[in-house]
Design a protein around this ligand. Sequence first.
Ligand SMILES: C[S@@+](CC[C@H](N)C(=O)[O-])C[C@H]1O[C@@H](n2cnc3c(N)ncnc32)[C@H](O)[C@@H]1O
Length: 290
Amino acid sequence: MNKPSETANRVAFCRAWESQKPPEARLCYDPIAVHMLRDEVKPFVLTPEGREFFLRKMAKPYVLGILDYIPLRTQVIDGHLRDCLAKGLRQLVILGAGYDSRAYRLAELQENVKIIEVDAAGTQEDKKAKLTVQFGQLPTQVTFVALDLGKDDLAANLNQAGFDSSLSTLFIWEGVTYFLDAQAVDHTLDYISAHTPAGSSIVFDYVRPEVVDGSTRNPAMQSMMEFCAEIGEPYRFGLEPRQVERFLNQRGFQDVVNLTVAECLDKYLTPAHGPRKPMPEYGIAWASVA
Ligand SMILES: C[S@@+](CC[C@H](N)C(=O)[O-])C[C@H]1O[C@@H](n2cnc3c(N)ncnc32)[C@H](O)[C@@H]1O
């Protein structure tokens, strides 16, 4: 993958979109996301006319579902990250980082936490160029590792980047599992459970298997699958929500928390957020290394 990921771009768009809302109405706040967008896209986020045009002409049902799902997912994962920080997190690895801006927007991460971002080379190079423009230089608090999670040796690459297997570590795997095959998912989880101390953790989201095998009855999700296939980023891996705990236990993890989208809404949505209709086919889970 040498081109920047289009799905990573769209995820940044969703966070940038959400971040323009008033504080009480937004599910996440990512002021850096808009700077990760292509220049021609920025007006759709930043100007009232652009936002109105986007909603009227470009926002198909699956786009609206994703506009509501991504900020919710980011909020849930930020919550888990903050819990880990309160328990003494010392290292953060962001797998398939895309335009994730946690390393640059969360003050709590700037002290005492070693941060490594892992992504395919094309997306990572594009992000580094945009970060350099935004901050006047490439931020120094992050070590960047370019690799293919389906092909390259995660252990060797992280070792080279100074990954410390004695430190309490969180792996964030946001919006990535479904783009990998089952073997790459297994290899990644095996690596984490074998190379981090007990109590380290992973947080990720996943999609139900019927989305991947094409049997979903949700037309919005069908359109979304067609779009992802067209742009060369098809969904490949799904998990049945009832199997998530056993799946993780079998791979060396315990204390599994597994939330449906409806449960995430119950936890985070207030009346001020307005009505939200995120895609219900996703789930978000976290677990500790046993
Ligand atoms: C939907 S984006 C999510 C980006 C980011 N985690 C976020 O939530 O903003 C998917 C990301 O997974 C990365 N990705 C997909 N397949 C990958 C692979 N085989 N190896 C490394 N990264 C991969 C893409 O480059 C992209 O950055």
